[in-house]
Design a protein. Structure first.
Length: 659
């Protein structure tokens, strides 16, 4: 059931029809291939379909694995306020501070590329020489990719034209009007359900690079939850059947993938981290589909590379760190295990381990000159707190390069330069020029020490990345069951508690979650509220629903789901209309003449310079968007239809608020 995607080099001859079977090339000279004669055999369709897998490796997916910076790798979670970009310092999130401007083109309004290729494939199935079973299989594959693309179009724009044939200059569909979101979504679901029933079991023939029934079901699980909750919280109605579909396919997948990956024999209990940083996901429990990267230029990515260098710009804010539970399964507001946030060590102690797998935990070492007897460039300070997370994650003993293993401390860059302490603040005392930021919470989710091939280039990381995995399905199922009024302890045990067991957090006890369980729980924002409303104007979520959503945020942090989720939940103001803070710091941690670091005066919301009268406080990251007259705007829930598209097609209309 485990598959991977290892992209082939496709010979570019218009249709890019390079067969994976040499016999096909023997039968049909490649110079004679045309659209009219090339779609005859199973191998023809197989070769034509390979480029469709590039659809995953695209910002349409929410994260761009091959992006040139973490602004692309983590863009969806940065837009959601789940992560923080170093470039946001003193500027704030673009959606919170009104910097989303009109666009003439792009914005994801794309009916060519992968969608066109899927339509070309589908248009030739019936006229091919394949058996009926083979025809059904390739029609199902075409439906899968067509539906994946439309899921994204619907999520961005709502109403969209329906295009199911290859467009040409003469196509009437070029001037099609936008169709109702619900009508288009129903067609997408109809196609996916057909694909689920008809996709063939050709794993031996397609190799391990193939979409199969499990992938179709995983997409149905994702799409139906996304569409159902959008319809509910955006007051469109007709969402129950989508929730029921999500439950149905999720249950099927949960039976097929009953085990979560929990690390290797040498590092048990680290599955949450290693599923994102391991060299090979083939055969890893719970992985349904993944990118396979290999030691070749066309198959590199740069996740770990950027996080080892000054190019790394992904951080987290104090508010999002506060979202993580304590190990006793309770939020910081009510947990007896919480030690406060007045030092970095107390902030991280007794917290959900997923926090320190996403955010580099605090430590401190002393630099030293290596010797033949001890080649390390560092030594312990003698303070037990300073070495706690070094010992927990495994000391980075190799100093000629970052070493082996997944995540090791103390941190080094790719030329083995030492980061002596974390937090490593820009303009901090003793700060290095890499692995640093403004908030003090440096994101290192993609960091893997074993990828030592980074010297000499950026795009040379090869750790595999999941596309569909059972963890997401478990969370989809839990949320759908709550929305149907069927979430109970049994459901929690089959979903959320499996995730908690893996990382050592006390299990969810549904019976103890009441109104006082987390007084700081999230809010949603009905349509009748005005634009740019303060966080407190929202409606408090049901306490159990909030815990389900919290688990989703924490488990999928950094994987590109954020901007989809906060919009379908109508929770964008809760995450974005607040003044984000960095960690609680002391003045002696920051250079006294710093022009970039400030304390936050919590009474006024204003910055206090390092020469001011505050000796400690939360790091000031940005102004209060509401006090600044900004904040999330209702129109942002749907993207703007590019103005050029409306000029070219007068039948198109604009989304509300973008006129």
């Amino acid at each position: 059931m485990r598959k991977n995607i290892c992209y082939s080099i496709i010979l570019s001859l218009g249709l890019s029809l390079t067969a994976c079977n040499d016999g096909f090339l023997d039968r049909a000279p490649i110079t004679s291939l045309t659209e009219e004669n090339a779609f005859q055999s199973y191998e023809n369709f197989q070769a034509f379909a390979w480029p469709l897998y590039e659809m995953f490796n695209n910002t349409m997916f929410g994260t761009a694995i091959n992006g040139t910076g973490q602004g692309s790798c983590y863009s969806a979670d940065m837009n959601a306020g789940w992560m923080y970009s170093r470039g946001m310092h003193l500027n704030g999130n673009n959606y919170a501070f009104g910097r989303i401007t009109s666009v003439a083109s792009g914005n994801g309004w794309n009916f060519s590329g992968g969608l066109r290729r899927a339509n070309i494939l589908l248009s030739h199935v019936d006229s091919s020489n394949m058996t009926d079973e083979e025809k059904n299989h390739w029609r199902a594959v075409g439906y899968f990719f067509h539906s994946f693309w439309y899921m994204e179009l619907i999520d961005r724009f709502g109403d969209v034209p329906w295009v199911e044939s290859p467009l040409s200059d003469e196509s009437e569909e070029r001037f099609a009007a936008r169709e109702d979101r619900k009508t288009v979504a129903d067609r997408v679901l109809e196609r996916l359900k057909w694909a689920e029933k008809n996709i063939g079991n050709f794993s031996g023939k397609d190799g391990e690079n193939a979409i199969d029934e499990d992938c179709v079901q995983a997409l149905i699980s994702r799409f139906t939850l996304r569409e159902a909750t959008w319809r509910k919280y955006h007051e469109l109605g007709d969402y129950e059947s989508y929730l029921e579909e999500c439950v149905r396919v999720s249950e099927l997948l949960m039976k097929k993938y009953p085990t979560l990956y929990n690390g290797t024999e040498s590092s048990p209990g680290t599955g949450y981290n290693e599923i994102w940083t391991t060299e090979d996901l083939q055969g890893v429990p719970g992985v349904i589909l993944f990118y396979q990267f290999a030691d070749a230029p066309q198959k590199y990515h740069n996740f770990s590379a950027l996080e080892h260098m000054d190019s790394g710009n992904a951080e987290m804010t104090q508010d999002m760190v506060d979202l993580y539970l304590c190990t006793d399964g309770k939020p910081i507001a009510t947990s007896g295990a919480y030690e406060g946030d007045k030092t970095p060590y107390s902030t991280f102690r007794n917290r959900d381990p997923r926090l320190y797998y996403v955010v580099m935990p605090p430590y401190k070492v002393t630099a030293k000159t290596p010797t033949e007897e001890d080649p390390r460039t560092w030594e312990y300070t003698g303070n037990a707190e300073d070495r706690y997370y070094i010992d927990l994650l495994g000391a980075n003993e190799s100093c000629s390069n970052p070493g082996v293993g997944m995540k090791r401390l103390p941190a080094q860059n790719w030329t083995a330069q030492l980061v002596p302490a974390v937090p490593n603040l820009l303009d901090g005392v003793g700060a290095t020029g890499f692995v640093r930021g403004y908030s003090g919470y440096y994101v290192w989710k993609g960091w893997s020490n074993w990828e030592t091939n980074m010297n000499g280039g950026v795009m040379q990381n090869t750790s595999d990345k999941p596309i569909f995995k059972i963890e997401e399905v478990l969370l989809n199922y839990a949320e759908a069951m709550w929305e149907l009024g069927q979430f109970n302890q049994d459901v929690a045990d089959k979903t959320i508690n499996l995730l908690r067991d893996r990382v050592g957090v006390v299990r969810m006890n549904v019976g103890e979650i009441n109104e006082s369980f987390d007084p700081n729980r999230g809010r949603w924002y009905p349509k009748q509220l005005p634009d740019r409303c303060p966080v407190a104007q929202g409606t408090l979520l049901d306490p159990v629903l909030w815990e389900i959503r919290r688990e989703r945020i924490v488990e999928l942090m950094g994987e590109g789901f954020g901007f989809y989720d906060i919009r379908r939940w109508r929770m964008a103001p809760w995450f974005l209309n607040r003044q984000h803070r960095g960690f609680y710091a002391q003045k002696n941690m920051i250079n006294s003449n710093s022009a970039n670091q400030f304390f936050l005066n919590e009474e006024t919301g204003q910055p206090v310079g390092m020469t001011g009268d505050m000796d400690e406080g939360y790091i000031y990251l940005e102004a209060d968007p509401i006090a600044s007259g900004q904040g999330w705007q209702e129109r942002y829930y749907l993207y703007q239809v590019p103005t050029t598209e409306i000029l070219l097609n007068p039948n198109l209309t604009q989304n509300p608020g973008w006129d």
